[in-house]
Design a protein around this ligand. Structure first.
Ligand code: PRP
Ligand code: URA
Length: 223
């Protein structure tokens, strides 16, 4: 069952497994996110909309099994997801993308990973992980609005590899070229879905042009 068979795909494939999703609505919401004048309430709502659009794109190949359904008129056959889906937000900023993806996949399990970037070294520091030993999900959707050096994502991917997850998809709103290269070189099997790939990192490893600190802008902790 495909809704897009006669339409061009939304995602522009950059390299095998890396998709920069091109869509007018993404362009508009992303512009609002980048704007330094956008306040937290509005910032959060643009994050939610972009997460929805990314998730739509990233979930096109999820497996579906047939189920019977009774409509007011007759019996027919529908479909339901046949795999265990895990939604893995990287704290804190990834939390901003959880609800919109859960709205689309209400049966997803949410497993939080706590990672922050040390401000002096830009290295990831893990502070929370409670993945249960054994019983990994079949498909993990890792959500984090920003992929800068890729260090936090690489740490998350190591954790998911140890858990034994079969298929991993990353959903980030903005990624740097360098960050994507770092992730793909260590985890070539992972699929990466981003709204935009920005060209560079500055001297403190922030994405340029970027949008600043996503966690601080979502949670209003810029001070
Ligand atoms: C941000 C962002 C990513 C990470 C990206 O989180 O949400 O997790 O930095 O940078 P990297 O690719 O160089 O690792 P941050 O460490 O600021 O934590 P926060 O979400 O709690 O604000
Ligand atoms: N984390 C952010 O929130 N933004 C960046 O540009 C880099 C890391």
């Amino acid at each position: 069952m495909s809704m897009t068979s006669s339409q061009p795909p939304l995602a522009h494939t950059l390299a095998s497994g890396v998709f920069e999703v091109s869509h007018p609505l993404i362009e508009c919401h992303l512009t609002a996110l980048r704007d330094v004048a956008t306040q937290p309430l509005s910032f959060r709502s643009h994050v939610r909309r972009l997460a929805t659009l990314l998730a739509y794109e990233a979930t096109q190949d999820l497996a579906v099994e047939p189920v019977p359904v009774t409509t007011p008129l007759t019996k027919t056959t529908g479909g339901k997801l046949s795999q265990r889906i895990g939604l893995i937000p990287i704290l804190r900023a990834g939390l901003g993308m959880v609800d919109p993806v859960l709205d689309l996949i209400p049966t997803a399990e949410v497993w939080h990973l706590g990672l922050y970037r040390d401000e002096d070294t830009a290295q990831p520091v893990e502070y929370y992980s409670k993945l249960p030993p054994g019983r990994p999900v079949d498909v993990a959707l890792v959500v984090d609005p920003m992929l800068a050096t890729g260090g936090s994502m690489l740490a998350a991917l190591e954790t998911l590899r140890r858990w034994g997850v079969g298929q991993v998809k990353l959903l980030s709103i903005i990624a740097s070229e360098e960050g994507i290269r770092n992730v793909v070189s260590e985890f070539p099997e992972v699929q990466v879905y981003v709204c935009k790939i920005d060209p560079e990192l500055n001297d403190v490893k922030y994405i340029v042009p970027g949008l600043g600190d996503a966690g601080d802008r979502i949670f209003n902790t810029l001070g």
